[in-house]
Design a protein around this ligand. Structure first.
Ligand code: AMP
Length: 220
């Protein structure tokens, strides 16, 4: 199976799509956001520094993120993976190429989820999460609202909002995406690795298009 890198602005739904691909295709998902949020829970200076950067919408240093992902990629050597959240800039992309060479990743593709800023803002600021089962809801979109306001349908726990989903933090994360991450589209296009998927439609439609790309690559 071909490994996949997702490039998408914050709250575009790359986490949801990745989880679907893990469940249906047996991919291993490596999310730098999840890895860093886990590290941020540590009651150490390192953990606290990471928490502050994430909560304020800033990038964690390239050095830390690259070390973290290299370690995880080595653990799953030989398996098809999904990278969700990395690379976030050209330096990370170039360094990843070196890591891929080292662990013999010969084939991968890059999928860009293309989505309007207004939709993203609602996805981010309306996102609510259950801390127990990790289900994700959205208070603005029918079909994603919890049955009871602010309560998880399955665990009945109160739902939480990620601090970095606050509107002002979203705006700063989106600006960072435009400045640092968007240039990656050109970078991967030149290498012939890029697919663009319209992510302004329903999750089912997005998943269908992503699946088509992956299956098409398998048949190549
Ligand atoms: P995400 O869940 O992918 O939106 O990531 C949440 C936060 O983790 C980001 O806003 C950054 O602060 C940090 N982060 C995740 N991936 C990276 C990365 N590749 N480089 C730098 N910071 C990252």
């Amino acid at each position: 199976m071909v490994s996949v890198i997702f490039i998408a602005p914050p709250a575009a739904g790359k986490g949801t799509i990745s989880k679907y691909l893990v469940g249906n295709f047996g991919y291993t998902q490596l999310s730098t956001g999840d890895l860093l949020r886990k590290a941020a829970k540590e009651d150490t200076t390192f953990g606290r520094n990471i928490k502050q950067l994430i909560d304020e919408g800033f990038f964690v240093s390239d050095e830390i993120v690259l070390k973290l992902i290299e370690r995880e990629l080595e653990k799953i050597k030989g398996k098809a993976f999904i990278l969700d959240g990395i690379p976030r800039n050209i330096l990370q992309a170039k360094h990843l190429e070196k890591i891929f060479e080292k662990i013999n990743v010969d084939k991968y593709i890059v999928i860009n989820l293309d989505i309007l800023e207004d939709t993203l803002k609602k996805r981010a600021t309306g996102r609510r999460l259950c801390n127990d089962c990790h289900l994700s809801y959205n208070i603005y979109f029918d079909g994603f609202k919890p049955k009871e306001e602010n309560v998880c349908d399955t665990c009945h726990n109160p739902l939480l909002r990620r601090e970095d989903d606050a509107e002002e933090v979203f705006i700063s994360r989106y600006q960072t995406y435009l400045k640092n991450t968007l240039p990656l589209i050109h970078f991967y296009q030149e290498k012939g690795l890029l697919y663009v998927v319209d992510a302004n439609c329903t999750n089912a439609e997005i998943l269908e298009n992503v699946e088509k790309i992956i299956k098409g690559e398998e048949n190549d």
